[in-house]
Design a protein around this ligand. Structure first.
Ligand code: ADP
Ligand code: MG
Length: 349
């Protein structure tokens, strides 16, 4: 009780702790921080680089271009923490940066987490956030946060469906009366699309490229559904045989071909989720369809591809990459309504 009281006056934050990006929302201010979930460390000692360029945007710019002595690390993989110390340091940095007021107090935080994480992984998130300076920590399933942030009527007795395509995971859920009725959380997302592009270029062009180059190509000319005007892009990398730098030209059809496998896994998760809900809810979805969010939802034609594959109307949420953070913020601002759906660090024994 005392902790809850302190939480109220210690400030409040909503955090979307994503594999690719971390977003922080502040009540009354909206989403105030959106940075890559990466940290630059010294190779060998694994100590965070000093000099103010070690976390987020600045660290991300170093990815793939670091000297031998520096590693740029993702403290989360596939939605879960893989490096506790770095995750804690990253969270501390983001929490401090987002909170200009009352930096001495311990804010209450709501964090969106993937539906597939284990109790041990949840414990790790509670611990990391608290060691990073949070007071009470409340966990909210990301699919719910995404649906709330997209304005879906999840508390009502009708079906709402979301598909959140992140970097390391995709969360699909059908919700009704505030609960997830059927859901799938798969460890496939935008990162796997980047890897698929790397593999394609290696096999078809004998060209080695880094993940950042592959991601750029995916964003620039990638698509899930044929484009009205197909495009070509120039890609630069290293020849796999001679090891010399060179360029190649690749078409948007080829990039789409490269993305086929991760896209089919996402569609399979959508179909499995639909299979798991009863006929009344399925009937609601015929008209309501599903909403796509997360950064991966911005892949061109993903909505049309899912429509074609499932027969359901699909639309991309407005501001798809901030849905989870905005949904978590809405819960934080109306805690009495949502508290029963959140898991609190205070409820643990
Ligand atoms: P997470 O929740 O895991 O942090 P995000 O929701 O931030 O992930 O989404 C990150 C993913 O979205 C990355 O794989 C990124 O490449 C992808 N992405 C961002 N913008 C686009 C775009 N315009 N087209 C395709 N993919 C995109
Ligand atoms: Mg996410």
């Amino acid at each position: 009780m005392l902790k809850r009281f302190l939480g109220k006056f210690g400030g409040q934050l909503a955090i979307d702790l994503g594999t690719a990006n971390t977003l922080v929302g502040v009540p009354g201010e909206g989403v105030v921080l959106d940075e890559p979930s990466v940290v630059a460390v010294e190779r060998g000692t694994h100590r965070i680089l000093s000099g103010g360029c070690a976390v987020g945007h600045l660290a991300r710019q170093m990815l793939g271009r670091t000297p031998e002595s520096i590693d740029v690390v993702h403290p989360l993989r596939e939605g879960v923490i893989t490096d506790f110390e770095l995750c804690e340091a990253m969270l501390r940095y983001f929490i401090r940066k987002a909170r200009r007021a009352a930096p001495w107090s311990r804010p209450r935080v709501v964090i969106g987490v993937p539906g597939c994480i284990t109790p041990v992984e949840k414990r790790a998130i509670f611990n990391s956030a608290q060691r990073a300076g949070a007071g009470e920590v409340l966990l909210l399933p990301e699919a719910k946060a995404a649906a709330i942030g997209s304005g879906l009527p999840i508390a009502e007795p009708v079906a709402s469906m979301v598909c959140d395509v992140g970097g390391g995971t995709t969360e699909v859920a059908v919700m009704s009366l505030g609960e997830v009725v059927s859901g799938r959380s798969i460890r496939v997302g935008g990162d796997h699309m980047d890897l698929a592009v790397v593999d394609y270029l290696k096999h078809h062009y004998s060209l080695d490229v880094g993940l950042s180059t592959a991601e750029e190509l995916k964003i620039d000319v990638g698509s899930a559904y044929p484009l009205a005007e197909e495009q070509v892009a120039e890609v630069r990398g290293r020849d796999a045989i001679s090891n010399l730098p060179r360029r190649a030209t690749i078409t948007s059809e080829e990039v789409r071909h490269a993305l086929a496998e991760p896209l089919h896994e996402i569609v399979a998760a959508v179909k499995d989720t639909l299979n798991g809900c009863g006929p009344e809810l399925a009937a609601d979805l015929v008209d309501a369809g599903l909403v796509l969010c997360g950064g991966g939802a911005l892949l061109r034609g993903l909505d049309r591809f899912i429509e074609q594959q499932t027969g359901l109307p699909a639309r991309v949420a407005p501001e798809a990459s901030t849905s989870v953070a905005r949904g978590a913020l809405i819960c934080l601002q109306d805690l009495p309504k949502w508290r029963s759906t959140l898991e609190s660090s205070d409820d643990e024994v």
